[in-house]
Design a protein around this ligand. Sequence first.
Ligand code: C2E
Ligand code: CA
Ligand code: CA
Length: 561
Amino acid sequence: MTDIDHASRETPAEGARGRRNYVALVIAFSAIGLFVALASAVLPALAQSYLGSRNAPDAVLTNALLLNIALILLGWQRYKVLTSELASHREAEMEARQLADMDDLTGSLNRRSFAARLEELLATKCTADHGIATIAIDLDNFKQVNDLNGHAAGDRVLCESAERIAKLLPEGACLARLGGDEFICAVPYHTHSPDRIDHLVMRMVEQVARPVLHQSTAIDVTVSIGIAGSHHLGDEPTETPAQDLMHKADIAMYHAKKQGKNRFYWFEPPMENELRFRNELEAGIRRGIDNDEFVPYYEQQIDLDTGEIAGFEMLARWESPEMGLVNPDIFIPIAEEIGVIAELSERLIAKAFEDAKQWDPSITLSVNISPVQMRDPWFAQKILKMLVEHRFPANRLEIEVTETCLHENIGMVRSMITSLRNQGVRVSLDDFGTGYASLSQLRSLPFDRLKIDRSFIRELKNKNEGDQLVEAIISMSDGLKMPITAEGIEDEEVANALKRWGQLKGQGYHYGRPEPARKVVERLENLGRLVEASDENVVEITGLVGKTASDEELDGSRNAV
Ligand code: C2E
Ligand code: CA
Ligand code: CA
């Protein structure tokens, strides 16, 4: 909003002051008029009387003149005071209005004033040759910046990012913070050269990615960006044009996030459907948890030496009434994002405990744990509580965590693993080789087992190179004294290749696809490896009852995840 806009709109208070000012001015001018009339008669007479050429003028007239002069001086002074009062009031009001239009933290516009500004730009600057690009900018993983470095550091990152973005903007553009870590810009551009917007946005991605220094810590953030041009405006928008564009830029930004963050996309109409689908999935997942539609499937883990079943890995499946059987790759990341992963996982683990109690006690149960759950300080206690509640022996449980957990708070991960192991639960590192776990990290973290990712195992078909890679991983794990499970064994050839390296466990489609609990029972029954009826209630739970958190504490922490 321009200064002229501000000045031209008068508040009632300003109006009253203006009227008072006007009255003072009229009094002063009337007094001046009177003065002119009186003075022309009285002053010459006064002068002549002073020189002694005539008698003093009428005293009444002289007094009236003096009174008149006093009135002029008073009126003038009052006029000056009122004028300066008015100016300072006007300034204060303008400042207040500007503050109401601004984001306190970064000094950029806020949502309300941005929408008004965009509306104005669309109305005044949009022609066939000139468009307005709306650029939605969202910092990636900003929550982690806050969690790991504190809110002061988060604020610093926000201010620095706003400053860097603002510096890149051409004349006539504006920047706003919509709240949290979301920014938005409106940039006028030539519709014949949209690549200038591409260029601008690429510079934004580059500039924001430069580390931000806060108390001698360098903080790295990236941004995801979505762009909607005024040519994307619908013919019959349901919202105002500005809201329509902001919404579309947001959809494109969301798409950039989904494609892996740290990138930008222009809005395209199919993205709207993607978002709708995603919203439906979110609602479906929440409903599915309430309706108990998530079920555990089990994949066999084989002792490669003996060929016998050593355990099962529980893999989540969603029996969706609309979509049929849905794989975890689809719903786990969403459940993590919308904050329901802990609840989902705990329900599945509870079911898995009950299923596994029917199996021979020598058969272990592995469960996958999301990095989001590892951030919960009560996680180890929750597992412990569930083991006690379900009377399931801790030494039959193996928790699988992925390397991504190690990027987060490594100290917390270490204490979590330690406390789980102290209770007898084993912890293995899943998808080993796909992340960035360093040797020193591995040595310092007390894992019980490494699971080599299936991408390396697949390479074993590739003879020489694959062999060398797997051999290197296996000799490393020997050095760390950690046993190994090979994932994704798809055929006999690979299974035989692996057996050369001694005592390994293996799993993969070669031994069978993940199957529901009922099928596992059938399989084990045929092998005579179901628990004996008389054994069923004799479950070893000694050593389980350590310090457990109260129900309220655990419930409270679930909400915090
Ligand atoms: P993962 O832990 O690496 O699980 C192994 C995945 O590989 C499973 O996919 C399994 O079906 C698949 N697989 C097994 N053998 C073979 C093979 O021979 N060839 C190929 N190509 N694939 C094989 P699934 O069940 O779709 O699970 C995918 C991922 O979802 C899992 O990867 C795991 O990270 C995650 N996940 C599954 N259940 C849960 C859960 O309850 N909680 C969490 N947080 N994550 C889960
Ligand atoms: Ca796993
Ligand atoms: Ca895996």
